[in-house]
Design a protein around this ligand. Structure first.
Ligand SMILES: [Zn+2]
Length: 204
């Protein structure tokens, strides 16, 4: 039990810090207009904003809060309020969908009690959060026919974040396996990297 708490404390050590400073750097477009369109000009804007607000998320269209090259991020306030910060002039819908996946992951942890009142992000969890969000994008890519180079960069991001050493850490620990199931119930800790690469070619 003590070990479990130690792990939790270790996993969530950055109180009131930015949760995911993601989507940094150049990304190819998806090649599908609906997803490459600016979020705030997208026909999905009203519906998605409403859905996120219902889930307790505050949308913050404020470029000044983004670091250079950063496109969007999710931040958890001390009181547990979630913020989704984006740039109304540059952030496309696909980035908001990616961040929404992180919101779902965090909320699953909150619901399960694993997050507790520790609104904390740990770099030890980031590889899993990122794998989940990029695999979600990959599923969208397969369904809606994203460009090959977009899907390829998703696979590269997954491999970069979710390294074999990280994967084996999940496989070795029952607690971490449980954590994995809570965060990404539809995935398994073992990642078939050959199959993952093949998904880039699907629909070509
Ligand atoms: Zn992400």
């Amino acid at each position: 039990m003590i070990t479990m708490f130690k792990i939790i404390n270790c996993l969530f050590q950055y109180l009131n810090n930015k949760l995911y400073s993601l989507r940094v750097g150049h990304f190819h477009p998806t090649g599908v207009n609906k997803f490459d369109q600016l979020f705030c000009r997208s026909p999905q804007f009203e519906k998605m904003s409403g859905r996120l607000e219902k889930r307790g998320i505050i949308l913050v269209p404020d470029k000044s809060r983004l670091s250079i090259g950063e496109r969007a991020f999710v931040h958890l306030e001390k009181d547990g309020t979630g913020l989704l910060v984006y740039d109304p002039a540059t952030t496309p819908l696909i980035d908001i969908l990616h961040e929404s996946r992180h919101i779902a992951q965090i909320q699953r942890m909150q619901k399960s009690g694993l997050l507790g009142d520790k609104s904390i992000y740990s770099s030890k969890l980031k590889p899993l959060f990122e794998r989940g969000a990029y695999e979600y994008e990959l599923r969208l890519g397969e369904k809606f026919g994203f460009a090959r180079n977009y899907k390829q960069q998703l696979v590269e991001r997954i491999n970069d974040y979710y390294k074999p050493s990280f994967e084996s850490g999940f496989l070795k620990s029952q607690y971490r396996c449980h954590l994995f199931k809570v965060i990404e119930p539809s995935l398994t800790p073992k990642l078939d990297r050959t199959l993952l690469q093949q998904r880039v070619e699907c629909g070509e």
